[in-house]
Design a protein around this ligand. Structure first.
Ligand code: G6P
Length: 481
């Protein structure tokens, strides 16, 4: 609690997420400072924050270090400390080796460990306490993502005056899969502490509501749930709805129009030896992204002679991710083994089948790659949304290029003009890739124009406004029982 006469803090609008939206940078003399991290969420919310006396509560990225709150680009940042053991149990363990695989269709087997759960609970309690301490009376709180699913309920118990929203950036699994979680009741109860729970796709919201019914036995009317207040506090209504997230469209469009970035995209083509076709994959190196399926399809196309190494280059950017988690280490070995085998078989002295880049790049270079690529491959086995697909579309200012898009990515709900694929169907994936290379210019333009209209009209600012205005609305009285 804050000092002074009132038990309330000073901030009217607070975002809570696992990571603060800043990265530490050290100059040559070893002096540290903070730089805003890339990402649409902070761009979308920065204006709201500046207007509304906003704060952001989150971990600053270093273990065993407690920091005071500080201001950065007109936002108050409230760092939540994590010990090295909590990083291992709460973040790498429960968040990324239990919930992440469970929520992504058990593509990798989730591990259930009671000491990970204990740590997750403890860390969620800390996030809730830090938030409660800085929130003004009646403030609006927006909790982000699967690392913090217990925070809504904990916050409501501590501060019933708050308006609480939650947004899940990843899928919510079908009941039959979710049922495996030993703490399935506690997690749902945690989420139901929010007045509004946002999901990427309507199917995520309905999966969640089925779980509410089954595991808590609560009445669900359309998208509303009536929840019992804790110890004598009044009952309330929690709602679950889809709000598909988007990107900072204008930023990508501006970069795609910048002469130096256009020149860089031409340079990329030249450096690859001006092949007839450039294909591109851009992913965090994660087993949900279907990189192995993509490589298999590409290898078979080369083997069948349907793609020639002289004719086409596949660039695969795989940015390093969660490298201390076992499944991610295994995946890296697998992907790098496959790339080595394919290149060893099909490369010539002059041409390389796959340029594999295990790096992260600044957004300027990413946009140059989007501009250079004739075909973008998004073959996720399960993905909450996939913002890379939207970035590619936003960058294609000339309305050319083709997007091969997995139907298991949330982006497939809105980008209906993409070449939609089931990445498990390798023959289907092969014909989709070949079809993308063969697509006539007029057909590609027609599809890209429709997709661009969709993306341009629905940017991340519109997404955050839609969520926040729905949060301010009350429950629908006519649905109350
Ligand atoms: C997904 C999640 C985010 C997460 C990001 C990167 O997009 O929804 O919550 O921040 O992956 O993962 P990391 O583990 O590096 O934070």
């Amino acid at each position: 609690m804050q000092s002074g006469d009132t038990p309330y803090g000073e901030f009217e609008f607070i975002v809570v997420s696992n990571r603060l939206p800043v990265d530490r940078v050290n100059d040559d003399d070893g002096n540290g400072s903070w730089r805003r991290s890339p990402g649409g969420l902070v761009t979308a919310l920065a204006p709201v924050m500046e207007k509304a006396d906003g704060a952001w509560v989150g971990w600053h990225g270093a273990a065993d270090e407690a920091l005071e709150s500080f201001d950065h680009s007109e936002i108050r940042l409230v760092p939540v400390p994590l010990s090295a053991e909590e990083v291992e149990f709460y973040y790498e363990g429960f968040s990324n080796a239990t919930l992440w695989p469970l929520y992504h269709d058990v593509i990798a087997p989730p591990e259930f460990h009671r000491h990970w759960w204990d740590s997750y609970r403890k860390v969620n309690e800390r996030f809730a306490a830090e938030t409660a301490a800085v929130a003004a009376e009646g403030a609006t709180i927006w909790v982000q993502d699967y690392q913090l699913q217990l925070v809504p309920k904990l916050l409501r118990e501590a501060r019933p005056d708050l308006k609480i929203g939650f947004f899940n950036h990843i899928p919510f699994p079908p009941l039959e899969i979710y049922a495996q979680l030993p703490w399935r009741r506690q997690v749902i109860e945690g989420l139901l502490g929010a007045d509004l729970i946002g999901f990427q796709r309507p199917s995520d919201a309905s999966n969640f509501l089925r779980c509410v019914r089954r595991f808590l036995g609560l009445a669900v009317r359309q998208q509303q749930v009536q929840v019992k207040g804790a110890d004598g506090s009044p009952d309330y209504v929690s709602r679950a709805e889809a709000f598909p997230i988007s990107i900072d469209v204008q930023r990508i469009v501006d970069l795609a129009n910048r002469p130096d970035i256009i020149e860089r995209s031409q340079e990329i083509r030249r450096e690859l030896g001006n092949p007839r076709h450039i294909l591109l994959g851009v992913d965090r190196l994660d087993y949900t992204k279907g990189i192995g399926h993509r490589l298999k399809a590409y290898e078979e196309l080369l083997a069948d002679g349907l793609i020639q190494v002289e004719d086409a280059a596949l660039i695969q950017v795989a940015s390093p991710s969660r490298e201390r988690v076992e499944q991610y280490r295994l995946l890296r070995e697998e992907v790098e083994g496959a790339v080595g085998r394919i290149n060893g078989t099909y490369d010539t002295i002059k041409n390389t089948a796959i340029r594999y880049l295990h790096h992260s790049y600044p957004v300027e270079e990413m946009v140059a790659l989007y501009l250079a690529a004739d075909v973008m491959l998004v073959t996720a086995l399960r993905d909450g949304m996939n913002l890379v697909a939207k970035e590619y579309v936003a960058a294609r200012t000339g309305n050319r290029g083709a997007l091969v898009l997995s139907e298991f990515a949330g982006a497939a709900d809105t980008l209906r003009q993409a070449i939609l694929v089931n990445p498990h169907d390798i023959d289907g994936l092969k014909s989709a890739i070949r079809g993308a290379l063969d697509m006539s210019a007029s057909e590609a333009t027609r599809r890209m124009r429709t997709m661009r209209r969709q993306v341009l009209q629905n940017d991340v600012e519109r997404w955050s406004k839609a969520f926040l205005s729905e949060l301010q609305k009350g429950a629908r009285e006519d649905l109350l029982v």
